[in-house]
Design a binder for this molecule. Structure first.
Ligand SMILES: Cc1ncc(C[n+]2csc(CCOP(=O)(O)OP(=O)(O)O)c2C)c(N)n1
Ligand SMILES: [Mg+2]
Length: 375
C-alpha cells in the first residue's frame, strides 16, 4: 500500500500599511507622491459619491444603488494597478473602481437612474454585472483572447465573497488556468453577501485557497490597505500577462447597506460595525499621508471642497441628461439579434405597460429644492 502526501499549499497574507497607518517599507509599492494623493482623493470622492447617491435614492431620484462604503482601498488600489488598456470586468458595487478608471460621476448615476447610457462599455471597462459571479467568466474570455493574440494586457474581474460559492467563479478560474488566460480574479471579501455572513458562505479557511483547485495562485491581502492592494494587484497582473492567472482575496468590510433596498441592522450587530469602523481604509491612509508630510489640514480641506463642487456639478449634469427612461430597453443590447423568447417577453412587457397606462416614460430634468447633501 502506498500512502503519501501528493500536494500541499499555503496562502500568503500581505499588508503594507498596518491598522495604525504605519508602513512596512518592504511591501510598499513604487508610487510617487502625486499618485499617492490622487489615490487618497479618489477614495474620498468615492465615499462622497456613495453618500450622495444614497440620499438621492431616498428622495426618489435614483433607483436601487449599491454603495461601496468601506471598500475604497480594495477598489482604488486595484484599479490603479490596472493599466488603462487592461480590461476591468466589474460587478455591481464597483463605483470606486469606475471613478478610478475615469468614468464620470454622471454616467454612474445614469445607470441607477435607468438610463441605458449608464451601462455602455466605456474605454476598456465592462458594464456592471448583476448576476452574481457571471462576470468572472467574461474576464476569463477576455484574458484568453489576450493570450491568443499575444497582447501584453490582462483582465481584472471583481466579485464578492458570496460569488465564490457560485459555479461560474470556479469555472472561470479553472478555464483561465487551463487556457493561460491573462486574468486576475479579485474577490472583495466584505464579510457579507446580503444577509449571509462569510461563515455561512464556505467552510474554507480562506477564500484565496479556492484558487488551489484551479491550479492557479491565490493570495490574501488586507483589503483596507490601499498600498497593499496596489502592490498585490500589480504583481498579480504581471503574472497574468505571462499567462498565469491569480485569485486575490481582499479582506474588507461592507460598512453600509447591501443596496438601498436593504437594512443591515436586522442581521448584524453594532459591535461588529464598530470594529470595522476602526479599520476604515480612508482614515488609515490619511494617517500615513500626514506622517509622510504629504497632507496637512489645509490640503485636507481643499480636497474636500473640490470634491463637493465636482459632485454637485455632476449631479446637475446627470439630472439634465436624464431625458428619458425606457424600461423595455432592458431587453435590448445583450444580444445582437434577440432570441425568440426574449422577443416574446418584450412584447408581453410592452403590452402590459400600455394596459397599465404606463408607457415608456419621458422624464425631463427637474430642478431640485430639497437638500441632497447626504448628511
Ligand atoms: C446569480 C444571482 N443570484 C442571486 C442574486 C441576488 N444577489 C444580488 S447580490 C447578492 C449577494 C452577493 O454577495 P457578494 O458576492 O458577497 O457581493 P457583495 O454584494 O457583498 O458585494 C445576491 C445573492 C443575483 N444578483 N445573481
Ligand atoms: Mg460580500
Amino acid at each position: 500500500m502506498v500512502r503519501e502526501q501528493v500536494a500541499e499549499f499555503s496562502v500568503e497574507y500581505v499588508q503594507a500599511l498596518d491598522e495604525e497607518g504605519n508602513a512596512d517599507d518592504a511591501e510598499l509599492p513604487d508610487v510617487d507622491d502625486e499618485q499617492l494623493l490622487e489615490m487618497y482623493r479618489l477614495m474620498r470622492l468615492s465615499r462622497r459619491v456613495d453618500e450622495r447617491a444614497v440620499a438621492l435614492q431616498r428622495r426618489g431620484e435614483l433607483g436601487t444603488y449599491a454603495p461601496g462604503i468601506g471598500q475604497e482601498a480594495a477598489q482604488v488600489g486595484s484599479a490603479i494597478a490596472l493599466e488603462p488598456e487592461g480590461w476591468m470586468v466589474p460587478s455591481f458595487r464597483e463605483g470606486a473602481a469606475f471613478l478610478t478608471r475615469g468614468t464620470p460621476i454622471h454616467r454612474l448615476l445614469w445607470y441607477s437612474m435607468g438610463m441605458e447610457e449608464g451601462a455602455e462599455v466605456s474605454g476598456s471597462n465592462f458594464p456592471p454585472s448583476i448576476p452574481v459571479g457571471s462576470q468572472a467568466l467574461h474576464a476569463s474570455g477576455v484574458g484568453w483572447a489576450q493570450e491568443i493574440t499575444g497582447a501584453d494586457e490582462a483582465a481584472l474581474a471583481y466579485f464578492g465573497d458570496g460569488a465564490t460559492s457560485e459555479g461560474d467563479v470556479y469555472e472561470a478560474m479553472n478555464v483561465a488556468g487551463v487556457l493561460d488566460a491573462h486574468a486576475v480574479f479579485l474577490c472583495q471579501n466584505n464579510q457579507w453577501a446580503i444577509s449571509v455572513p462569510r461563515s455561512g458562505q464556505s467552510r474554507a479557511e480562506t477564500l484565496a485557497q479556492k484558487a488551489v483547485a484551479a491550479g492557479i495562485e491565490g493570495v490574501q491581502v488586507d483589503g483596507n490597505d490601499v498600498l497593499g492592494v496596489l502592490s498585490v494587484t500589480r504583481d498579480a497582473l504581471e503574472s497574468a500577462r505571462e499567462g498565469d492567472p491569480v485569485l486575490i482575496e481582499a479582506l474588507t468590510y461592507r460598512r453600509s447597506m447591501h443596496t438601498t433596498s436593504d437594512d443591515p441592522r436586522v442581521y448584524r450587530t453594532d459591535e461588529e460595525e464598530a470594529e470595522w469602523e476602526a479599520l476604515d481604509p480612508i482614515e488609515r491612509f490619511e494617517t500615513y499621508l500626514r506622517d509622510e508630510d504629504l497632507l496637512d489640514d489645509e490640503r485636507f480641506e481643499a480636497i474636500g471642497d473640490e470634491i463637493e463642487e465636482l459632485i454637485a456639478d455632476e449631479i446637475d449634469r446627470a439630472k439634465e441628461g436624464q431625458t428619458r427612461v425606457v424600461p423595455a430597453e432592458m431587453f435590448d443590447y445583450v444580444f445582437a439579434e434577440a432570441p425568440p423568447e426574449l422577443v416574446r417577453q418584450k412584447e408581453v412587457f410592452e403590452s402590459q405597460q400600455s394596459t397599465d397606462g404606463e408607457g415608456p416614460t419621458s422624464k425631463s430634468a427637474t430642478s431640485e429644492e430639497a437638500s441632497d447633501d447626504g448628511e
